[in-house]
Design a protein around this ligand. Structure first.
Ligand code: OAD
Length: 264
């Protein structure tokens, strides 16, 4: 049986719902925590976080790929293997439902993610990826984009082989189409995110440690332009610009929040 949310969390959800009920424009930024309840590890949670076990500089930087492309490629193939059978959890589903409801009511609802998995898409959301996509490769030489099928039945063993793949066009090596440390964010996605943050009435940070910039700066942009900021995270961050914190897992908090907004 799922335990009831505490009185304190219920009160936080009510406070957030009141704020959101009158909002005409909402901007949501998700991080690894939104996929945690689907069984995908976060990066910085103690014990389970990926960067607790692996060194980011060995695996997620252009230098690392130049030094040892096979090591980096194998690690991302391993990560693909970890997420291939993962499904959206109630947090992804609630966000997709919210986006649909907002569209029907003529409200603006922009969903931005730092996640490279495709669980928001699987849930039915329209989402902007700031840090790239796990199921997409890019030629390290000519930059051509090559999709990689996440379908487990679609010859997954071959698709997830550790062998490096050469670009059909120029012969360069394919790399995951993921933004690595030291690389710029995709320009169009960032512009959409910055505009949505600047124009929203309420900005919601969900499941992110708010440590990685520029994504972490979106809440500040929103705040500077007069928006209220909500954070949903069972381990609230030291983010001082937050107006309301909902200290609960996203999969528990979001369905309740949505219900509360429609009950008002
Ligand atoms: P982090 O691992 O830094 O933070 C995950 C956050 O999720 C933490 O604050 C957790 O407390 C919170 N969390 C855990 N379980 C949760 C749950 N069920 N519901 C809500 N929150 C939960 O992940 P990010 O902030 O996404 O970059 O990391 C940002 C970037 O750093 C990533 O996109 C990645 C990484 O290096 C790239 O891959 C380019």
């Amino acid at each position: 049986m799922v335990a009831e949310l505490s009185a304190q969390i219920t009160a936080q959800i009510k406070q957030a719902a009141v704020m959101l009920k009158s909002a005409k424009s909402i901007c949501v930024l998700t991080g690894a925590g939104v996929s945690a309840e689907s069984g995908i590890p976060t990066f910085r949670d103690k014990q389970t976080g990926l960067w607790e076990k692996f060194r980011a500089e060995d695996l997620a930087s252009p230098d690392a790929f130049a030094r040892d492309p096979k090591l980096v490629w194998s690690w991302y193939q391993w990560r693909r293997q970890q997420v291939i059978d993962k499904k959206p959890n109630p947090a992804h589903l609630a966000l997709a439902q919210w986006q649909e409801l907002a569209a029907k009511s003529g409200l603006t609802f922009t969903l931005i993610t730092q996640n490279v998995d495709d669980l928001h898409e699987q849930a039915g959301s329209c989402v902007h990826h700031l840090h790239g996509r796990l199921w997409q490769n890019r030629c390290n030489n000519c930059q051509k984009i090559v999709k990689q099928s996440p379908n487990p039945s679609n010859n997954a063993a071959q698709a997830l082989s550790d062998e490096l793949i050469n670009c059909d066009d120029c012969g360069g090596i394919l790399r995951p189409d993921i933004v690595w440390f030291g690389e710029a964010l995709p320009e169009i996605e960032w512009q959409i995110a910055e505009n949505a943050a600047a124009d929203c009435d309420v900005f919601i940070n969900i499941g992110t440690s708010s440590l990685v910039y520029p994504a972490a700066g979106l809440a500040q942009i929103a705040r500077q332009h007069g928006a209220q900021v909500i954070e949903i995270n069972p381990h609230p961050t030291p983010n001082t610009i937050v107006n309301v914190t909902i200290a609960a897992p996203a999969g528990r908090a979001l369905p309740k929040l949505l219900k509360q907004i429609s009950a008002l």
